[in-house]
Design a binder for this molecule. Structure first.
Ligand SMILES: Cc1ncc(COP(=O)(O)O)c(C=O)c1O
Length: 397
């Protein structure tokens, strides 16, 4: 058996279902058999193990020419190498793309506003991403990188339906790479974001009240018609994979370093990319002892970034979630105010929905131990909405 740099081993990609079926035992055993390779370092035989290790992002892949070789522990393959190498104290980056992934893991911090005697709540702060100041930088980057691999120089224009954050991330990254963006926003997105997109030079189409499966299909068709590429965050598996390889593995790495295994994880669902990947990673590796709670808006409520399960999302249906909980806009604002008032962090509205739900679960004793919550973005982005909710007039009404 030999440890080969992962990039030097070649294997074919697998469809999502097959990749997940391969990843589950890999994570639960945290061991793998070496990949059988030929002289050109092409995987032969158990090639799906090779693909699964690439999805997980280990630094090394164990290779062998002998089928009888024993399993090796994944720790030997350096699964957390990217986070270790990213701890440059000087924080100097060669370019803005390296600034994005070179800053990972994003921080996790203990919150007193949501913890109590028997529960410690750790928040993962996703506004520490440079383009959209949100969790969506991750998918915009990965989907673009993978599209470059597929289309090369032909990738000149990107069309995407977005609630705002994916659009901001794509518009920023696209400018760095010299490509154009056309974004389809729901009418409910704040008016002021049009100026952010104007500043970034992206064109914006607003016609639908919310992003529905019809809108997603419409964007697909328009991109096809105009020779543009629709990355389609709602169906593109790199959305799930980037959160699996980074967001989920970061939480695993960070909690290991802090000396705990999460007892529960709470997050919002929009495309369902980040929470599904986190659920898949943790349930596969640690079993059902890690409870997963998903947060969706109450029927009729509009909370930017999150949607109701029945509006159509892909990955949530491939993974286990212990409970889906509903939150109104007013409750999300209560969550924002709780964290702002006691910890001084001004979190975004979907983060507020997560905070509200977590506080409720913790106070009811439904969760205890170490709880990780994902805060997708920051409150300064919602000035227009906060004005609407918190202004004197609306209070009087
Ligand atoms: C502010 C905010 N919160 C939550 C989400 C949901 O994340 P995901 O699409 O990974 O489910 C998004 C996605 O757009 C978002 O922008």
């Amino acid at each position: 058996m030999q440890l080969a740099e992962a990039d030097t081993v070649k294997c074919e990609p697998e469809p999502l279902n097959k990749a997940l079926a391969m990843l589950r035992p890999l994570l639960s055993k945290w061991r793998t058999k070496p990949v059988l390779v030929n002289d050109k370092m092409e995987a032969i035989g158990n090639s799906s193990v090779c693909y699964a290790l690439k999805v997980l992002g280990t630094k090394y892949i164990p290779v062998s020419r002998d089928e009888s070789e024993r399993e090796v522990p994944l720790d030997l393959l350096d699964p957390y190498w990217e986070f270790r190498e990213n701890t440059s104290r000087a924080r100097v980056f060669d370019n803005v793309v390296k600034l994005l992934y070179g800053n990972w893991p994003t921080p996790i911090v203990k919150l007193k506003s949501l913890s109590n005697k028997s529960t410690t709540v750790w928040a993962k702060l996703e506004w520490y991403n440079p383009f959209s100041l949100s969790v969506k930088d991750r998918i915009a980057w990965y989907m673009l990188v993978k599209a470059f691999e597929e289309y090369g120089e032909k990738l000149r224009v990107v069309y995407e339906a977005t609630s705002t954050n994916t659009g901001l991330a794509l518009a920023g990254l696209a400018n760095y790479y010299g490509i154009k963006t056309k974004l389809y926003l729901p009418r409910t997105a704040q008016k002021c974001v049009d100026y952010l997109f104007k500043a970034l030079g992206a064109s914006v189409v607003r016609k639908q009240a919310s992003i529905t499966t019809e809108v997603i299909d419409e964007v697909k068709e328009e991109a096809l018609r105009d020779n543009a590429v629709n990355l389609n965050q709602f169906e593109n598996d790199y959305n799930f994979y980037v959160h699996f390889r980074y967001t989920a593995k970061e939480i695993d790495y960070q909690s290991r370093m802090a000396g705990f295994t999460p007892d529960a994880i709470v997050g919002g669902i929009g495309t369902s990319g980040h929470l599904s990947a986190i659920s898949f990673y943790f349930k596969s590796k640690y079993g059902d002892s890690v409870k997963i709670f998903a947060v969706e808006p109450k029927q009729g409520a509009s909370i930017p970034g999150i949607r109701r399960v029945e509006t159509g999302m892909k990955w949530i249906h491939h993974v286990a979630v212990d409970k889906v909980l509903e939150v109104s806009l007013e409750e999300a604002v209560q969550g924002v105010l709780r964290v702002a008032g006691e910890d001084g962090l001004l979190i975004g509205l979907s983060a507020g929905a997560v905070a509200y739900t977590t506080h409720k679960l913790v106070s009811e004793g439904a969760i205890e131990g170490d709880v990780v919550v994902v805060f997708p973005d920051h409150g300064t982005k919602y000035m227009e909405m906060l004005e609407g909710v918190l202004s004197e007039e609306s209070r009087e009404q």
